[in-house]
Each structure stands twice: as structure tokens, then as C-alpha cells.
Design a protein around this ligand. Structure first.
Ligand code: ZN
Length: 686
């Protein structure tokens, strides 16, 4: 492992800024810590609220991510009060958290890390802790103690596995007091602590100790094939992805029975090497690398080996059976270990491994699925190294239970913001780059959905995806160029959707065009083009959506964006009115055919939405102005004046009704037509 400390960068920084610098160096290396794991501290003189100098422990706040940590993420605690706890014999987590809260110099600072006492009880100015892959590779072996002796001799101490808390902190403090000459201490099945006179010395020792572990692993791995790939499991890229896309909705449905999740598909080289190996079936089921990982990946992944991946129907059955088996096993494990203080969590897996195909990770959103997947890459690295030097071993069932049902962590879950109306859902919007579609996409994302944005305007959808991801978080939107009139194009977009999120809950079929002209002089090509987009387009997209939703078995909501013209057609607008009427009839048939699958289809009929619209081209504006005996400039006002409420309809108005139909508030409505026109008697639905 490379030592990345740069004296020129660290120079001139005060103690706290040097701690931030050191923490970021550790956080930037994912083989040391991932996603909020690890922690660092210094003992220093800090000013209290009255400006008095106080000896304090400055330690990482709970849950902050080291790679992007800032000064404000380090609360300070009075050291004398904190150290007084060393004389106690025992303390519950709750007592410890309450006590540490009293020691804080700024009560509004973030809650200190659960490993705070461990930092306090180590009598050194600077302390750093990681869950380094290489260290847990050594400790997660049956041969662990012999290996640690061989690698470190008397330079490093170690303690047995105990869940973080008072007891572990005291044990580590006592062990180091008894061996004051060591440079660090290894926590078996957990990670490494090092210390020093300053942040640099602590970091140097950390890197040295991890490097020794890495060198040992390399020396023992030489000439050894650890993962023996089974040839028949390795599929060509195209076939593997096509199969993954075909099967993903079945998997999403099967693992979403307790609560909805999105899937993340991953077929990176290290994943494939592992899942395609002879050893993976057994190795993957032993247990997590470190307790920190358990919270994201559960104790073990689901393993599903398809007898014949090309037999899609048989494979779907196998996937469902494997998910049910996983949930049954989880429930049995919960029953065997529970103290009945906390109800069972979602029994479905967070990581799914399938030989030939790769890995899916799941989560309440794309970010959570990414974290679970990222962590499993490290689990594989640990499994590989541990297998090269010995036999992989992990926490006991009881220890794993105590981590997943750790009251401290369960409490953290209660602090998370509640789900939004469309959280855990995936929506596809056609014509998303402008006008009504753009307004709908923004609103769906704001209400918690993942949005798969499609349009023929490549620039438009990519820009919008960027905007939504920046605003709402990792991969909350994905962009795809799709022409709704092209069968192969639509099928291909749905393949991408299946790989991106695993499935679909909401289709907003919105893309449309306007075409003006009276019947007597309308060219056939204009008529046909209108039907291609406004009728066939909805057919092709909703056909794929219905197929996917039926396979997924989670119901679904399809929303067609119609028009006021459906119930109240206008002069010189024949192709538009007739093709949109065909769309509406299609929507009603979809409602009829799919109600038994819990799939609803409703139609919204807005009148004249001008904001950001491409449908209202200059030509169309001129033609409609002529028909209505007004000018282009006065056209929006003409539409406003002709409705009873005298209002202008906007994309945001349409989005409001889309969200209503998309979510559970309209769970009992299907086949409905919703006028959104400010009240036009002529367009009343009857
Ligand atoms: Zn830890």
C-alpha cells in the first residue's frame, strides 16, 4: 500500500486540519474503509464556549464519510470526563451514548462515533482506525493467530472479536497498557487501530502494518489459483447482459415482497471471477468480512445457480424459489438468535450472486444499492486473500445477529428522513426532454422516484439526468435516447431500463406530436406520422411496460398523457385528434386487460400546455391562431379565457395529477380519464 502523505500539502496546517487531511487520505483508499466506515481522532487543547482552554478528544462524528470529511464532522469531548469511564466495569450502549453526550463541548455538534471510548482509552495524541481488507483477510481465517504471530511478531497486539462498545474499548485499553511498545492493535474479524505522537506517525504506522499484511498475502498467493473458474459458467458479454435483463424484473419482484427495492447489476471482472468459481457457492455463505459490512449486505448473499440460464421460464421459477428460501433461512436465523426486543427486518437479500450472470445488489435507492455492491467487491477481495493464506472464517451467527440488530444502528435508522410518496419506485417517462415530460420527470424525482428519461433529443435527456442526479443523489435518473415509433429502439431502451434499475413501477407515456390540417387537404404522410407517434408510440411503449410489470408481479401504474381534444375535438386538427383518441382507447383496453395483475392505466387530458413545449411549434401556433380567429401572441390567453376557471395549464399541473395516479392515493382508480383544462363544458367526461 502506497504511503500518500505529502509533507508539502500537510505543512502549515493546524492540528484539526491535519486530522482532516489524514482522515481523507485514509478515506480515499477503499481498501482501507468504505462508505462511512473507520474513524480518527486527536487529543488536543480546545476552547470551550467561554474561551477557556480544555483538554479534549476530537473524534470523528458517527456516520461521516472519511473521503469527504470536514472540520465540522469532528465533535470535541472533555478528555477528563471521558477518561473517568476507564474505572468502570461495565456500561450499556445507551448509558455510554448518554454519558458521551454530556462530555461534548458543543452539544449541537454531530454525535461522536460509537468507537469514541476506544480512541479515548488509547493514551496517545493521535489514533486512526480502519477496516482494511488486508487486515481482515488475515484475521478472518481459522489460522488467524498463527498468521498474526508470523507477520507481526511483537510489533502489534490483537484482541478477540467483541462488538464495539464499552467492553471492547476497555479490553483494548487494558491490552495496550500491558504492551505499551506496540505500534497498533488488530481487532479480530474487525480491523486495525494505530496511534502516534501526531497524525503523520499514526498514518505511517497504519500504512506499514497494512502493507505487511498485503505482502504476506502476495507471498502466499504466488503460484496459487485461488478461484477456479468453471468454464461452462463463463458466458459471452452480450448473452450475459441479455439474460440479466430478461431475468431482472423477476428478481426485483421476488426480493421486494416486504418492501420495494431497486436493483443494481454488476458484472465487473472480479465479480465474474468469483461467481464463476468452484469455491463461491460455499465461500459466499460463510459470513461477512467485518461487522461494519453486515449492516449493508446482511450476513450473507443469496446464491442462485441457474440450471439452464437460456430457459427463461425455468430460470424465473428458480430465482423465485431461491429468494423464498433465503427469506425462510433468514427468518429461522432471526428466530434462533432474537431476544424479541426488535421485530424482524426485511428478510430478503441485499446481495444476489448468480454464476454466469454476476451480481445484483439491492437498496431502497440507487445509492444504497451501490454501497451494498461496493462493499461486496471488498468482501470478495477478502475471501480471495483469506483463501490464499488459509481457510476463511467469519463472525458466529450470534455475533452477526448482534450487529444487524444492534440497538445503536436501529436507532440510526429511525433518524433517516421518511420515505417520500414515490420512494423505492422506478418511473419511465417518454418525451422527457421538454415541456410536459420535463415537468413530470422533475416532479417524479422530487417525490422520490428513480426516473428513466427517454426522448429523441439526446442532449436534452442527458442534461436533465445530470440535473436530477445533482439535485437528488446518485443515479436517481438515467437517460436513454428512444424513438417511441421504432419497435427495436423501444425494446432496447427497456433492456437498458432492466439493467439500470431492475424493473418498472410507473410508465408515463407522454411523447406526442401535433399536426394541423383539415381532412380534405391533409397529406397521408401527416396522418400516418401522427398515428405513428400518438397511437403506435403509446402501444409500443406500454406493451413493453405491461410485459415487464406482469413479469415483476408488483402491480404498476401506467399514465397516458392525452389531450382535451379527445373529448372535444377541434377543427383543422384531424390527425392529432383522431390519433390521440386512439391512444385513449388503447389506455382503456390496457386498464381492462391488466387489472387482474394490479396494473392500472389512467389518462390525463390537459388543454394547451405551452410552457417549454416542442409540440407547439411556430407552424402549429399560427395554424391554431387562424382557426380560433386570433393571433399567435394572443393564443395562450385565448385558451385561458375559454375555460370556466380562466386558468393556464402548466407542466407542473400535469405532473401533480401524474403523481396522484402513479402512487397509492389513486390505488383504486383505473381506466379513468382526468380532464385538466380549467373546466370546459364541451369536454366534460360522460
Ligand atoms: Zn470499526
Amino acid at each position: 500500500m502506497r504511503n500518500l502523505w505529502s509533507e508539502s500539502e500537510a505543512q502549515g496546517k493546524n492540528e484539526l486540519d491535519t486530522l482532516v487531511y489524514q482522515s481523507r487520505l485514509i478515506g480515499a483508499d477503499t481498501s482501507l474503509v468504505v462508505w462511512g466506515g473507520g474513524n480518527t481522532s486527536i487529543k488536543s487543547t480546545v476552547k470551550d464556549f467561554r474561551g477557556r482552554h480544555v483538554e479534549a478528544l476530537v473524534v470523528k462524528g458517527s456516520g461521516s464519510d472519511m473521503k469527504s470529511i470536514e472540520r465540522k464532522h469532528f465533535p470535541s469531548l472533555r478528555l477528563d470526563d471521558t477518561l473517568a469511564l476507564f474505572d468502570r466495569d461495565a456500561m450499556t450502549d445507551d448509558e455510554m451514548v448518554e454519558y458521551l453526550g454530556m462530555c461534548m463541548l458543543d452539544p449541537k455538534a454531530p454525535r461522536p462515533s460509537i468507537e469514541t471510548l476506544l480512541h479515548a482509552f488509547l493514551p496517545f495524541n493521535s489514533v486512526a482506525h480502519s477496516h482494511a481488507d488486508a487486515i481482515v483477510s488475515l484475521t478472518n481465517t481459522r489460522e488467524c493467530l498463527d498468521i498474526l504471530k508470523a507477520v507481526y511478531g511483537k510489533k502489534v497486539s490483537w484482541v478477540e472479536y467483541i462488538r464495539p462498545g464499552f467492553k471492547l474499548s476497555k479490553l483494548v485499553g487494558q491490552t495496550v497498557k500491558a504492551n505499551p511498545k506496540v505500534d497498533g492493535i488488530i481487532l479480530i474479524n474487525h480491523g486495525l487501530f494505530t496511534w502516534g505522537g501526531d497524525a503523520r506517525q499514526t498514518y505511517d504506522r497504519h500504512i506499514d502494518i497494512v502493507t505487511k499484511a498485503e505482502e504476506y498475502i502476495v507471498s502466499k498467493s504466488r503460484g496459487k489459483a485461488v478461484f477456479n473458474v468453471v468454464k461452462s459458467r463463463a458466458l459471452p458479454d452480450d448473452r450475459r447482459r441479455a439474460l440479466a435483463a430478461a431475468l431482472a424484473p423477476t428478481l426485483r419482484g421476488a426480493v421486494s415482497r416486504k418492501q420495494g427495492v431497486v436493483l443494481r447489476y454488476d458484472d465487473a471482472a472480479d465479480i465474474l471471477e468469483f461467481v464463476n468459481s468452484k469455491e463461491a457457492a460455499e465461500l459466499s455463505q460463510i459470513g461477512p468480512a467485518t461487522p461494519d459490512h453486515t449492516l449493508q449486505t446482511k450476513i450473507k448473499p443469496m446464491w442462485v445457480e441457474l440450471d439452464n440460464p437460456d430457459d427463461i421460464e425455468a430460470s424465473k421459477k428458480q430465482i423465485k424459489a431461491a429468494a423464498d428460501q433465503y427469506a425462510d433461512d433468514y427468518a429461522a436465523w432471526y428466530q434462533a438468535n432474537t431476544d424479541n426486543k426488535h421485530p424482524m427486518l426485511d428478510p430478503y437479500p441485499r446481495v444476489i450472486l448468480a454464476p454466469g450472470l454476476g451480481m445484483w445488489s439491492t437498496g431502497k435507492d440507487a445509492r444504497a444499492a451501490l454501497i451494498a455492491g461496493d462493499i461486496y467487491h471488498h468482501t470478495i477481495s477478502v475471501l480471495k486473500s483469506a483463501s490464499a493464506i488459509g481457510h476463511y472464517s467469519s463472525l458466529s451467527d450470534k455475533d452477526s445477529y448482534d450487529v444487524e440488530y444492534w440497538p445503536m444502528e436501529l436507532y440510526k435508522l429511525t433518524l433517516l428522513p421518511p420515505d417520500r410518496e414515490l420512494s423505492r419506485k422506478v418511473a419511465l417517462v417518454t418525451g422527457a426532454a421538454s415541456g410536459i415530460g420535463l415537468g413530470i420527470a422533475r416532479r417524479l424525482a422530487a417525490d422520490g422516484a428513480h426516473v428513466f428519461l427517454t426522448d429523441i433529443d439526446a442532449d436534452g435527456v442527458h442534461k436533465l439526468a445530470e440535473e436530477l442526479n445533482k439535485k437528488h443523489g446518485y443515479n436517481r435518473a438515467a437517460a436513454c435516447v428512444m424513438d417511441v415509433t421504432n419497435e427495436e429502439n423501444v425494446a432496447d431502451a427497456f433492456r437498458q431500463l432492466r439493467l439500470a434499475y431492475g424493473g418498472l413501477d410507473v410508465l408515463v407515456s407522454n411523447a406526442g406530436i401535433a399536426s394541423a390540417g383539415a381532412v380534405h387537404d391533409l397529406p397521408l404522410k401527416d396522418w400516418q406520422r401522427s398515428f405513428d407517434v400518438n397511437a403506435t408510440g403509446h402501444f409500443l411503449v406500454s406493451r413493453e411496460a405491461v410485459r415487464l410489470m406482469r413479469q415483476q408481479g408488483m402491480g404498476g401504474s401506467i399514465v397516458f398523457i392525452g389531450t382535451r381534444n379527445i373529448t372535444s375535438p377541434g377543427n383543422d386538427f384531424s390527425a392529432y385528434s383522431a390519433s390521440k383518441a386512439a391512444e385513449a382507447q388503447l389506455g382503456k383496453v390496457i386498464a381492462l386487460e391488466n387489472a387482474s395483475h394490479g396494473i392500472r392505466c389512467n389518462i390525463i387530458n390537459p388543454d394547451a400546455v405551452f410552457e417549454g413545449s416542442k409540440l407547439w411549434s411556430r407552424d402549429i401556433m399560427e395554424q391554431r391562431a387562424k382557426t380560433h380567429g386570433t393571433t399567435v401572441e394572443k393564443l395562450p390567453d385565448f385558451y385561458r379565457q375559454r375555460n370556466m376557471l380562466k386558468v393556464q395549464i402548466t407542466p407542473a399541473d400535469v405532473a401533480e395529477i401524474v403523481v396522484l395516479f402513479a402512487g397509492s392515493r389513486a390505488a383504486k382508480t383505473t381506466g379513468a380519464m382526468f380532464p385538466l383544462d380549467g373546466g370546459i363544458k364541451d369536454a366534460f367526461v360522460r
